[in-house]
Design a protein around this ligand. Structure first.
Ligand SMILES: [Zn+2]
Length: 163
C-alpha cells in the first residue's frame, strides 16, 4: 500500500499541492507551493500568508485587499494587442479583471497577491510602454510607495520571544 502524505495546501493561492518541487522553510516549518510565482510571493511577504500563534495572517482569514486602477500606456493599443495583453494579465495570480482599450488598462486585483509594480512589469514584458509623462511616472511611484506601506502594515510580524 502506498503511503499517503497529509494533504498540503499552498498558503498563497490555496490550491492543494502534490510533491515538493517548490518549498520554503519558514520559522522551522516547510511550506509547499504550486509554482515559482506563489513561492516568490510568499518569500517577499510571508506575514501576509502565515501568522503566528494567536494571530492569523490576512490571507488565512480570507481577507482580500481589492484595488482598482487605470494604468496609462504611452501609445494606444491595436485591437489585437489589447486582447493579447488582457490574456497575459488575466493569467496572473490575484488579477480579478482586466479591460484594455485605447491607451489605458483598467485592472482589478488583490493586493495580497500582486502589486501594481508587478503588473506594470508584466505589461512591459508583453511589449507595451507605460505612460511616460511626468504625471504618469509620479503617479506610479506614489502608488508603489503607498502599496508597499499598506502591505507592510498588513503583514503579521513574527516577534521572537525573549526569555
Ligand atoms: Zn499556488
Amino acid at each position: 500500500m502506498k503511503k499517503r502524505s497529509v494533504e498540503q495546501f499552498d498558503p498563497v493561492c490555496g490550491d492543494p499541492v502534490e510533491g515538493d518541487a517548490h518549498t520554503v522553510d519558514h520559522l522551522g516549518v516547510q511550506f509547499l507551493f504550486c509554482s515559482e510565482q506563489c513561492k516568490a510571493r510568499f518569500q517577499l511577504h510571508p506575514g501576509l500568508f502565515v501568522g503566528c500563534p494567536g494571530e492569523k495572517a490576512p490571507r488565512q482569514s480570507g481577507q482580500e485587499v481589492i484595488k482598482q486602477r487605470c494604468l496609462r500606456l504611452a501609445f494606444p493599443l491595436m485591437a489585437r494587442k489589447a486582447g493579447e495583453i488582457e490574456n497575459c494579465l488575466q493569467k496572473l495570480l490575484g488579477v480579478k479583471s482586466v479591460n484594455a482599450s485605447d491607451d489605458h488598462i483598467d485592472i482589478t486585483y488583490d493586493l495580497l497577491l500582486i502589486s501594481a509594480e508587478e503588473i506594470e512589469e508584466e505589461i512591459i514584458e508583453c511589449g507595451e510602454y507605460l505612460g511616460h509623462s511626468l504625471r504618469d511616472r509620479l503617479e506610479r511611484v506614489f502608488i508603489h510607495v503607498e502599496e508597499q506601506s499598506e502591505i507592510s502594515s498588513l503583514e503579521v510580524h513574527y516577534k521572537k520571544k525573549v526569555d
